[in-house]
Design a protein around this ligand. Structure first.
Ligand code: C2E
Ligand code: MG
Ligand code: MG
Ligand code: MG
Length: 280
């Protein structure tokens, strides 16, 4: 979609190279304007307690709707936002919006849910992260125990700083989890050093559980390991009842995926919460 806008582009590279470079440049220009033009939206996906079948949390997932290019996936623009530093204002916007929305649900009288917000490693490393998180909580009035920050293993590169920051966030009462667990290349040593509450099993393992017994073994092992370390564990990408049953038998605490709901706009999430479907 971006490349359709190549009319005014310079042509001094090879066609393929030109296309890649300009697509990226165009997207960066678009991304710079997207916040002020109100092109971002936050979608929400429920997280289900495996035992009760009830929604106990929600993950906030950003969506970008460009007026001409249409919807652009976060897997496309988040890496560019990271690279350019635009993730800082964008991430702050998501955090504020997610906290505000969660408090709004509580004010409507629904049972409190935990709101999970993805924090990229560049955001995590920004020196005023604690201030930004405090501000989001203050301005929304959300109790910190209902905010979860999803971190990835990549923050471990600077582990001394990471441990300190995580301790500060824990002191504030925030719930911390490791997203896409099992896909990084870090040592397991950090699991005993980091004050985290939960592991999110990456969806690549969940997806292949019944095609590859090694994936099933890994899922089982991650669940056991999490429990032995006194951590909660949530499986991402749960699409079938069979997967849910497998997870339930192995005492996985929570599940998230298309089986329950795709990520949906706030309004739709509100009706899902209202109904509090009992899944499974
Ligand atoms: P993630 O945090 O691991 O989020 C889970 C992704 O899996 C989401 O993709 C979600 O829509 C998708 N998903 C959920 N259930 C299923 C399922 O059952 N099957 C399949 N195939 N997919 C499922 P999405 O929304 O496209 O986001 C992709 C990634 O972009 C996220 O992965 C996260 O790393 C990043 N991202 C999204 N929103 C934000 C944000 O606000 N800030 C930052 N820093 N990163 C974000
Ligand atoms: Mg996530
Ligand atoms: Mg993930
Ligand atoms: Mg991810």
């Amino acid at each position: 979609r971006v490349k359709e806008h190549g009319k005014n582009n310079f042509q001094f590279y090879t066609p393929e190279m030109n296309e890649t470079v300009t697509k990226k440049m165009q997207m960066e220009i678009g991304l710079r304007k997207a916040l002020e033009r109100n092109e971002f939206n936050v979608y929400y996906q429920p997280q289900i307690d495996v035992n009760s079948g009830k929604i106990i949390g929600v993950e906030a997932l950003i969506r970008w709707q460009h007026p001409e290019w249409g919807p652009i996936s976060p897997t496309e623009f988040i890496p560019l936002a990271e690279e350019t530093g635009l993730i800082i204002p964008i991430g702050e916007w998501v955090l504020n919006e997610a906290c505000r929305q969660n408090k709004d649900w509580q004010d409507q009288g629904f049972a409190p849910l935990r709101m999970a917000v993805n924090i990229s490693s560049r955001q995590f490393k920004q020196s005023n992260l604690i201030d930004i998180v405090s501000k989001a909580l203050d301005e929304s009035g959300l109790n910190p125990e209902y905010l979860e920050l999803e971190l990835t293993e990549s923050i471990i590169q600077d582990s001394k700083y990471a441990i300190e920051t995580m301790h500060e966030l824990k002191l504030m009462g925030i719930f911390l989890s490791i997203d896409d667990f099992g896909t990084g290349y870090s040592s397991l040593n950090y699991l005993k050093l980091f004050p985290i509450d939960s592991l999110k099993i990456d969806q690549s393992f969940t997806r292949n559980m019944f095609d590859d017994i090694k994936d099933a073994a890994l899922v089982h092992t991650i669940i056991s390991m999490a429990h032995n370390l006194d951590l909660k564990v949530i499986a991402e990408g749960v699409e079938t009842k069979e997967q849910l049953q497998f997870l339930s038998q192995r005492e996985c605490n929570e599940a998230q995926g298309y089986l329950f709901s795709r990520p949906v706009p706030a309004k739709e999430m509100t009706s899902i919460i209202k109904q509090q479907y009992t899944y499974g």
